[in-house]
Ligand binder design. Structure first.
Ligand code: PMV
Length: 310
């Protein structure tokens, strides 16, 4: 039997804009998905057919990398799905790691990240490599248009090229507020593309989000969490302009405002989750719960990316 494990992620700055080549910053979190795989007489996942729609990432990972016989998978995930926390990237990366371990192929994070991006693209359509690369690498991850210090690997698609870098983030408390409303990433990304193609204001919002990510990096470097929080709030408003907001996201952002440096939606939006930067995590969690959300305290999980063993 083989085992693969990969973390979920939070996008701190730059979601959606990263699909257009703007910079973005994400961190892995201490919620993980584990995938167990073993040879079996028929294809199964959690005792049921692998054909069920929820196993499409596992199926695509198998289709791209596995040449052996049928397998039986068991999948255990601590990451809520459809919550903007990278559950599909984590299951993809963990499956690829388990398949490598089973085939005695070394689990190399950069190689797994590239395969995982191809899987995500196949299943979901237009995407950036931010989720899959953060899950494979672990810790902080910065996506840039060009290669700089702390370069990890690059990913190319349709004449776009993203350069992935390790990002050193300070210790900080992040509180996630899940709206309980799940929205598929693919259609949201497609809708933003339509809007950007026809509305110059949307195109300007995408560029401004890129600028904000750069400013946030500098603020993190200066340990100026107040400045980071203000940039999060600005990033949230720009995402609303791109049409990926939801009243419940605004409600949760408003609820944590008195006890946080700042907060914003995280991931594709349309529902999903917010992330708040705070030094009062328990109060922030209580505010989210009182506003009707589900709160989690997360620790950016440095250095704990994909793993796989036989
Ligand atoms: O699937 P989510 O909610 O983690 O969002 C992914 C981030 C996007 O920028 C919206 C899409 C992408 O592939 O970068």
């Amino acid at each position: 039997m083989a085992w693969g494990s990969a973390p979920g992620k939070l996008i701190l700055f730059g979601e959606h804009a990263v699909v257009f080549g703007e910079p973005a910053l994400a961190t892995a979190i201490d919620l993980r998905t584990e995938v167990y795989a073993r040879p079996h007489e028929e294809w199964l996942a959690d005792g049921a057919s692998l054909e069920a729609p929820k196993y499409r990432y596992v199926r695509a990972a198998v289709g791209r990398t596995w040449t052996g016989g049928p397998l039986r998978f068991e999948i255990r995930s601590m990451i809520p799905s459809g919550g903007g926390l990278g559950s599909s990237a984590a299951v993809t990366v963990a499956t690829l790691a388990a398949l490598r371990a089973l085939g005695r192929v070394e689990v190399v994070p950069g190689d797994v990240a590239k395969e995982a991006f191809a899987v995500e693209h196949e299943v979901q359509g237009r995407a950036s490599p931010i989720d899959t690369s953060t899950s494979a690498h672990g810790g902080g991850l910065l996506v840039l248009r060009e290669r700089r210090d702390q370069f990890l690997w690059s990913v190319e698609r349709d004449r776009r090229r993203w350069f992935l870098h390790d990002a050193t983030l300070p210790r900080m408390s992040l509180v996630v507020g899940n709206t309980g409303i799940s929205a598929a990433t693919g259609p949201l990304v497609a809708r933003v593309k339509d809007l950007v193609d026809r509305d110059p204001k949307a195109a300007a919002a995408v560029r401004e989000i890129g600028t904000i990510t750069g400013l946030a990096l500098a603020a993190f470097r200066d340990d100026d969490l107040g400045a980071v929080g203000a940039l999060m709030s600005r990033n949230h408003r720009l995402l609303q302009t791109l049409g990926v907001g939801h009243p419940m996201l605004d409600r949760l952002v408003g609820a944590v405002a008195p006890v946080a440096y700042g907060a914003k939606m995280t991931g594709a939006g349309g529902g999903g989750s917010i992330v708040a930067l705070t030094d009062r995590p328990n109060e922030a969690a209580a505010a989210i719960t009182a506003a009707g959300g589900r709160a989690f305290l997360v620790e950016p999980a440095r250095g704990h990316g994909v793993e796989g063993h036989e």
